[in-house]
Design a protein. Sequence first.
Length: 362
Amino acid sequence: MKIIDRYLLRTFLVPFFYCLTAFMMMYVIFDLFDNLNDFVEGQTPLLLVVKYYLILFPSVLIRIVPISLLLAVLYSLSTLTKNNELTAMRASGISILRLMVPFLAVGFLFTLVVGIVHETVSPRAAYWCFNFVREQKRNDPAAVYIKHDLAIKHQGTRRIWLVGEFDIRDYRMKQIEVIQQREDTSDAKKIRAKEAQWLDGHWWFRDVVEQVYDQDGNPMGPPRFALTEEMEELTEQPSLFLNEFKDPEFLSSLELMDYLNTHQHREAPALARIQADLHSRLAMPWTCFIVTLLGIPFGSQTGRKGAFLGVALSIGLFFGYYVLVNVGLGLAKSMLVPAVVGGWLPNLIFLGIGMVMVYRMR
């Protein structure tokens, strides 16, 4: 790495980490305003509150990293311009596009990092925090984690699950009925059990009653009974049940795609909403790269006009971008535009604006 690249990175990354830390602290403060009464009334131990905010951080990176990148680009480039350092670098024969490579590389790197976190850690962290806050509001905290009367049809295996109770903490189920259907949707077999538990990658049923049916729906012989049985044929995993009642914001893109594949029978408006959430989720991490690209021309042009203009521009840019994101998402969920257009169009528009502005800097 060249000396000039190290210098530019240091000029950029120092204000970025200051901004990131400041926004994290602001997020904690605003979240405490919302939840402090619940923590106090629920007599939540301090260590649990600290754990809550440590787990919460991965789920908010998608919100605070882009604005931190934008402010850092505006500040660093405006400072370099104000001190005539960019002018000196360009006078020595280095093109403006070459000088911007370290900034764009950092923006792309954080796109990948935020994308990985957004896809892996963030959904589970957000769902845990959501349930943790609800738990503090309830007189019976365990009730938060118990889901009742689930009815799930898995298209791939042609099985219908009817579950009386499902515990999202350890995946225990009560009052289960599994209906295996044939291709013509007639019932081939019914399995009933009093309880079920997920152990070693398989479902274990207790107090099992199994009845096989012929093509006309008549029982074929007496039912089979078992006290405890490992149900190797039932390949549905706990995630199938969790994804059934989770809000899409708590699902990764892979889980959203799996949901679409296993719920093709649902009505078109419901599938359109899930498809819109899927494309929006895939597009969101690219905000990091786009705002870095947008910040370059604004930061280099406002060096002599004060930092306040850069901050004002960043607020205006973010307002316009997220308004367009929400408009696109709303149009896609209303089936007025295809989901891929609603999810990706804001990114493409602002990416085009940024590329044109950077090109005009040459």
